[in-house]
Ligand binder design. Structure first.
Ligand code: 26W
Length: 827
């Protein structure tokens, strides 16, 4: 590999002007010369492309500067490896972060084009399923904001998460086409392409010094081609790169075959290669377990590591300095095969000895765990790994031998403990456990909330934690306040700025200054007015999408997230039924008008989750059309939940539902976004809810339900939930209504089994948490009736969410795991 050091003495262009006039001229120029359209006939999509291209040039100025600086200083780089990046739209984010939102709006005004209309046209990049993917996107933005030289590495899926439509209340999945109009944000880097192999065999080669080197001869080859997207930090602090890999065949067409007349066969190889990056797996809690998924994982891990090692050698020339210059964060176990791939690259390609390679590997890697659910922990059949990645399987065995020796000799583990830390699960079909691999190959392992980290130490990684104490730490998740406050809620941003000044925009913990204004009736009125306007916008959207009329004066009660039994949308829906029945039984009472808003996607193969969507829609139809309810309760399910929809819904929420079975939601991040926007939380003591309660004060949150410990205890006794149902007439009645077909007259048995599960085992504690949940909801009504109290609580929620910024989270990773400096200090 030729190592030519890079010198930045080539002539550089002048940075682009940022005035309205300059932007206007350039948008026109891009429209004409890049899009190839006459302004007279240009369509909105053409204007969108031209506008992004014009602003993009200003982004590029910062991008080049950031990259040059890292080459010049030799600072350490952080690499965030994630199979998912749930980016959403980039336009408002980028424009606002480089401070060009207003000038662009004016420039477009001058061209008679409406910026808002263009923004709505931009596709929402859904290269992720949910929390884990969105966290990766928030982290990228924060790394740029606090000036960490960083790359995100992932896959450029041709089709992101499926589009959800409703057909008679059932979810149907349609392919998602985010690239249909091209993607002006990305740069294809044909020159940055790497060969990726699969299959084949391994040959041991005797070296002159007597040692044995292994040569992997894959039977299949394909290319990984890089596509780069610039990620701008707040006020353009820094611009980092999101590098997504696309799979391409080495030979697009096999001419021999074609000439023999096998036209389909000639293209088959190419289709097989491209299949790897065609679609995102839509399951967010159960591993797909399919070969294609493992191929995706290895494909992007290998391409990323080859790129990282190439860059490192080009700049520093030796591999020994790898841990000083490179930090690689594994976002869950999806990229965990990187541990073995790094060992292979260091030993087989660069000739390092095992001990040295292992030391360097552990020095660069760290791993974040996002879930404890046993069914969500990835493992691969040994036979599959052996066939697809024979060399990696050898390396995994060798790592395992080393770990098990240490466990026996140093820690004195017994057989059960040995079996528990082993990388190989020997129960039944032998499988490689990716969590164990990620753990032993990393110098730091973290959970995503205080509770989750503690549970991690006590459960999945208990023995590994004994063997390698001090590797596990907590890094409570955060969200970027730019997207989740400044951009999505301009009304509130203006109000806060008027009240406490603009400093919070650069130091979000200054939101705490709002505390002093929480009881001010004047400020409360303004705060409520902003919320009301946001609710009007949401009401309009609900009318447009569902043709349901809701009043912005009602309490907006919102649960938006992936549909999963542990997240307990079912609990919420059952409570809605009980409430419905109470309103009908007691029309004379002073009911608080409520709108229950739901949105979220179910994994296509997750039957119960899809049934819960159907149930919500069935219940909505009955309740919304029952004149006896007099509009006091409305239920809506908004289809096709995505980042953009969240940006509209969250600022309009009064109440945020965070009601997972305690111990099951690793952190949650929606919880933080809602509270930041002044919604009150009704929730369990789960994930980051626990820390939010400490931050805002227990009196400003509605906490209910079993604790994680109580849940574990009840499960271990496999106690039958009958009592919970028999002792709660309201629950009993609601369950009977649902299971007897009140909401499904066309198929009265539709929900029998679903509800039967609650009588049977109630794994998710829906029945056992029902009464305390319903009580908490009535408590919510009481506080809502005292609007001054409500508003004060809402303001306090916003005031104390500053700590839940992803800038804080990333600063902690930087100081405690990556050992890199940031513009916030530390390290
Ligand atoms: C292999 C299949 C699979 C795919 C994705 C299993 C598990 C996942 C993720 C761990 C699912 C996920 O998004 N987890 C969420 O991560 C968020 C960010 O840390 C947390 O806030 C959520 O609590 C957690 O559910």
């Amino acid at each position: 590999m030729p190592q030519k050091p890079i010198v930045f003495d080539a002539p550089q262009p002048e940075p682009r002007a940022r005035t309205v006039e300059a932007l206007k001229a350039e948008i026109l120029e891009r429209l004409t010369y890049s899009v190839g359209k006459d302004p007279a006939v240009a369509r909105p999509h053409d204007w969108l492309t031209a506008t992004i291209l014009a602003v993009r040039e200003r982004v590029i100025d910062g991008w080049m500067e950031s990259s040059r600086e890292t080459w010049r200083t030799g600072n350490k780089r952080v690499y965030y490896l994630s199979l998912e990046f749930l980016i959403g739209r980039l336009m408002r984010d980028a424009f606002s972060n480089i401070g060009l939102m207003e000038p662009v709006r004016q420039a477009l005004d001058g061209l008679n084009v409406d910026l808002k209309e263009l923004m709505d046209l931009e596709p929402d990049a859904a290269l992720g399923n949910g929390g884990l993917g969105r966290l990766a996107a928030c982290f990228l933005e924060s790394m740029s904001t606090i000036k960490i030289p960083a790359y995100g590495y992932g896959i450029r899926y041709a089709h992101g998460l499926f589009r959800q439509e409703m057909s008679e209340g059932w979810q149907v999945e349609l392919p998602e086409e985010w690239l249909a109009h091209g993607n002006p944000w990305e740069f294809e880097r044909r020159e940055s392409s790497y060969e990726i192999g699969f299959g084949g065999h391994v040959e041991p080669v005797q070296e002159p010094d007597g040692s044995v080197r292994h040569e992997w001869h894959p039977s299949e080859h394909l290319n990984a081609v890089a596509f780069d997207t610039p990620i701008v930090g707040w006020r353009g602090a820094r611009v980092n790169t999101l590098r997504l890999w696309s799979a391409q065949p080495i030979d697009p067409i096999l001419l021999d075959k074609f000439n023999e007349g096998d036209h389909i066969g000639a293209l088959a190889e190419s289709a097989k290669a491209e299949a790897i990056t065609r679609v995102l797996y839509p399951a967010d809690a159960t591993p797909a377990g399919q070969e294609l998924r493992l191929r995706q994982e290895f494909f992007f891990s290998s391409a990323s590591l080859q790129d990282i090692v190439r860059r490192h050698l080009q700049q520093f020339g030796d591999l020994g300095s790898l841990p000083d210059k490179v930090a690689i964060q594994l976002n869950d176990t999806h990229p965990a095969i990187s541990i073995a791939e790094m060992m292979r690259i260091l030993m087989d390609t660069h000739g390092l000895r095992w001990a040295e390679a292992w030391k360097l590997t552990k020095g660069v890697f760290s791993y974040t765990n996002h879930t404890l659910m046993p069914e969500a922990l990835e493992s691969w059949p040994v036979a599959l790994l052996e066939r697809l990645l024979p060399r990696h399987m050898q390396i995994i065995y060798a790592i395992n031998a080393e770990v098990l020796t240490e466990a026996r000799t140093v820690a004195g583990f017994n057989d059960a403990q040995i079996a528990n830390v082993s990388l190989i699960d020997e129960g039944g079909q032998r499988r490689v456990r990716m969590g164990q691999l990620a753990f032993v190959g990393s110098h730091a392992i973290n959970g995503v909330s205080a509770l989750h980290t503690e549970l991690m130490k006590k459960t999945v990684f208990a023995n590994l934690n004994t063997l390698y104490p001090d590797r596990i730490s907590n890094k409570t998740n955060g969200v970027t306040p730019r997207r989740w406050l400044l951009q999505c809620n301009p009304g509130l941003t203006r109000l806060i700025t008027d009240r406490i000044g603009p400093a919070f925009q650069d130091d979000i913990e200054r939101l705490a200054d709002l505390e002093a204004h929480a009881e001010d009736p004047n400020f409360q009125a303004q705060f409520a007015k902003v919320k009301h306007a946001n609710k009007q916008a949401l009401a309009a959207l609900i009318k447009e999408r569902l043709n349901v009329t809701v009043s912005p004066d009602a309490l907006f009660d919102v649960q938006i997230k992936r549909i999963h039994e542990y997240k307990r949308q079912l609990l919420n829906v059952i409570e809605a039924v009980a409430h419905y029945s109470a309103i009908r039984a007691h029309p004379e009472r002073n009911w608080v008008p409520r709108v229950k808003v739901f949105a979220g996607k179910a994994a296509p193969s997750y039957w119960n989750a899809k049934l819960i969507i159907k149930l919500t829609n069935d219940i909505a139809r009955v309740i919304n059309n029952d004149p006896a309810v007099r509009g006091l309760l409305k239920v809506v399910f908004l289809p096709n939940y995505n980042v953009s929809l969240a940006e509209t819904i969250i600022p309009a929420a009064d109440l945020s539902e965070q009601i997972s079975t305690a111990g099951m939601e690793a952190s949650g991040t929606g919880n933080m976004k809602f509270a930041l926007n002044g919604a009150l939380t009704i929730g369990t003591l789960d994930g980051a809810n626990v820390e939010m309660r400490e931050a805002v004060g227990p009196e400003n949150m509605f906490i209910f339900g079993l604790t994680a410990e109580e849940v574990a205890e009840k499960r271990s006794r496999s106690e039958v939930p009958r009592g919970a149902i028999d002792n709660s007439p309201a629950l009993k009645e609601a369950l009977e209504m649902i299971s007897s077909g009140v909401f499904s007259p066309d198929d009265p048995n539709r929900y029998r089994e679903l509800i039967g599960g609650l009588y049977d085992h109630d794994w998710f504690m829906v029945a056992r948490d029902f009464d305390t949940y319903a009580d908490a909801q009535r408590q919510v009504d009481t506080v809502w009736a005292d609007r001054r109290r409500w508003n004060a609580m809402a303001i306090r929620n916003t005031a104390h969410m500053g700590w839940f910024s992803s800038d804080r989270t990333i600063a902690q990773y930087a100081a405690e795991i990556w050992n890199v400096p940031t513009s916030r200090g530390g390290a």
